[in-house]
Design a binder for this molecule. Sequence first.
Ligand code: SF4
Length: 334
Amino acid sequence: MEGYREQELEEKELRLDEIELIAEAARRLDIRAFKLTGGEPTLRRDLARIVSILKSRGKAYVSITTNGSLIHHHMPGLADAGVDHVNVSLHSLSASKFKAITGSNMLERVLSNLKLLHDYGIPVKINFVILRGLNENDITGVIDLAAKMGASVQFIELHPVGKAARRFNEHYLPRWRVLEKLEGRVVEIKYRIGLHNRPVLILDNGVKVELVGPVGNFIFCAGCTRIRVTYDFKLLPCLNWRGKPVEVRPRLQGLKGFEEKVEAVISAIKEANMLRAPYVLYPLGSKLVPPRRRWRTARIGLPKRGGSLHFTGPRSDQLLRKMLAEWGDYTALK
Ligand code: SF4
């Protein structure tokens, strides 16, 4: 769900009664997880209330993605509301690089808020967008920090959307470069089938690392199960959706009772779901792996149903090498 972005848009923002409708519609459709993102969700002062509304119906799993600079204003409310985990974006461990990437001097604040969340017992995932020429040398440091805090880490490819699109060519670092940096440290591999088929690597120091590698990655899109709810109550089937969004508010006009409104939201969600299609498709007619990497070609069989694949010991090393091919540089296929 998107947080609010600009002051003049405030009156369009999702109201709490609308969030209640979403929570109930989602419960009836067996949607079990919500992620509050942005913009920046901590700009909403009622964030803890939103979490508790979403959790109040059907005990959904609720997480937040934030830049970490304001989250202290929402404590202990978020802990009391039972937020399940918080993703905090940490762009670099060096103050100067952090400033270069974000334009702010907030590194110390973000680090202290990571500790604050940890002290409240809220599980933390560090989101680290890997940027060539800016922060690629912080990868090991971030893993060490996560180990100290009992946090996990998501290494995320730069995605060519919004502002990042302008600097994509300059700073894009393919996901397999991260995998290569982890060689020799992986003791276990799992896959999150219901979430982009993401590989989850358990490292020798116990840190759990997830790879978020969407660029040109048909395996990632094949495992996408998300519907996006915008700040002004529209539904999008994909982050890159360029068609018309499914507008929910016009469907609610004139409806009085909670029940009929929930039914209208359910039908809007179903309609958005019918628009769903993987953004990146399997490249028919192309070779799976570019010639320069062909020697590494191998397929990892993904399970057909939910759950996770789970490998340990020497097999996980073998599979990491396969994954280097499987999650390879598909952009070179064009
Ligand atoms: S289908 Fe769209 S939202 Fe889903 S992973 Fe692919 S690009 Fe992202």
